[in-house]
Unconditional design. Structure first.
Length: 282
């Protein structure tokens, strides 16, 4: 019986919505300008607010993957174990109608069948530009809009960072961490399910500051939703996509072969229905 099942669910391409306006972010960036050069860490060398200007600003969309995988394994395995017969007068033992001989060490050997069930789940978030795993779970609870193509994000003065990590890489990464050899004599069910495979784009505003008297530049990035800020960089010009969207979302025979060696099962999870636009509020 073929017990292996690979289940894939329709992937989505999403943008986190509800970001602040450029003017709101610029006001926030202006209020944080001294922070760009160390804030209050060094009072003696802290710049005066009037000595700092904003020389460049831009809105970016940064991509990340959210993937969830679950596994379900049912199997049987045969095991033997020994039981000590300590009473020296006992010469034989009958168990379930079967006579067992006591060996010279006063043990009898018994067999059993273990019925096993393993179910696991793993969730990962991966920056699709840097390939680093990051804590980005907060974004999947925010308001989102489904995209048919990344061109929908190409507004004026907006830069969309290219996706350097394909869906196949994400699936291989999560399966590598989850799948392991099974010690089984009979496998009843092996189900591997890619429950979620979503590509998100989150809005970020980047501001370049100039400390005029010292001719020193620094950049702060502001989360377009939460307003959190951190050191970053500006890109200044639009970037070219690395993959077509078909190639980006395809899980080919390479992945199927990884799961079932030699099977070469083609699995392509890019669905035409993904191209339908919809608004999803969480």
């Amino acid at each position: 019986m073929d017990s292996f099942n690979l289940v894939t669910h329709e992937p989505r391409m999403l943008v986190v919505t509800g970001e602040k306006t450029f003017e709101e972010m610029k006001e926030l960036a202006w209020n944080k300008k001294t922070t760009a050069f160390g804030g209050l860490k060094n009072l003696l060398s802290r710049p005066k607010p009037e000595d700092i200007t904003i020389t460049h600003s831009e809105k970016q969309y940064k991509p990340f993957w959210h993937a969830v995988c679950s596994t379900h394994f049912e199997y049987k395995r045969n095991c033997e174990f020994t039981v000590k017969i300590s009473d020296p007068i006992v010469q034989k033992v009958t168990i379930c109608g079967e006579e067992k001989t006591i060996d010279p060490q006063r043990n009898i050997t018994l067999s059993r069948i273990e019925h096993c069930l393993e179910s696991n789940r793993k969730e990962i978030f991966v920056d699709a530009y840097t390939e680093n795993e990051e804590e980005l779970s907060r974004y999947i609870t925010m308001s989102i809009r489904e995209l048919a193509q990344t061109e929908e994000l190409n507004e004026e003065n907006t830069i969309v960072l290219p996706v350097k990590v394909k869906a196949a890489y994400i699936v291989r990464k999560i399966l590598t961490e989850m799948l392991k050899p099974i010690d089984a004599d009979e496998i009843l069910d092996e189900t591997v399910s890619i429950d979620t495979l979503d590509l998100y784009f989150r809005p970020v505003y980047a501001f370049e500051y100039n400390w005029v008297p010292k001719n020193k530049q620094n950049v702060l990035e502001f989360d377009g939703i939460t307003g959190e800020f951190y050191s970053g960089k500006v890109l200044r010009e639009k970037m070219t996509e690395i993959f077509t969207e078909d190639a980006l979302f395809e899980i080919g025979g390479e992945i199927a072969g990884f799961i079932v060696p030699g099977a070469g099962i083609p699995v392509k999870i890019l669905q035409e229905s993904r191209k339908r636009k919809k608004v999803i509020d969480k």
